[in-house]
Design a binder for this molecule. Structure first.
Ligand SMILES: [Zn+2]
Length: 104
């Protein structure tokens, strides 16, 4: 215990990417904003390339609003090997881009 240990605690490992990918969509039918999230640890399916090598990941989510509109919104998210989002598709709604953070 001493200086070395203190120094080690300063150099924390870099933060890991978020486990959850969160998204916001707007329902085509009623305009409700709906948020959903994908669990990048448990919900990703592997998309193998033609030669059987690991290529990418994808996840399909179906979200529905809480109001009396039963429009199902299908979201497909595609990630690379490092679980970085590379593409996304939606049916039944529109993606809402991240809004600027609230300012106080
Ligand atoms: Zn709706």
């Amino acid at each position: 215990m001493g200086l070395l240990q203190k120094l080690a605690s300063i150099f924390n490992p870099p933060p890991k990417p978020d486990r959850y990918y969160e998204f916001t969509v707007r329902c085509h039918r009623c305009g409700e904003l709906i948020t959903g999230r994908a669990d990048l640890h448990n919900e990703l399916s592997v998309d193998y390339g033609e030669d059987g090598k690991l290529e990418n990941y994808f996840v399909r989510k179906v979200v529905m609003g809480e109001e009396r509109c039963f429009q199902r919104i299908e979201v497909e998210l595609f990630f690379d090997k490092n679980r970085n989002l590379i593409n996304k598709e939606i049916q039944g709604g529109l993606f809402v881009e991240e809004s600027t953070p609230p300012q106080d």
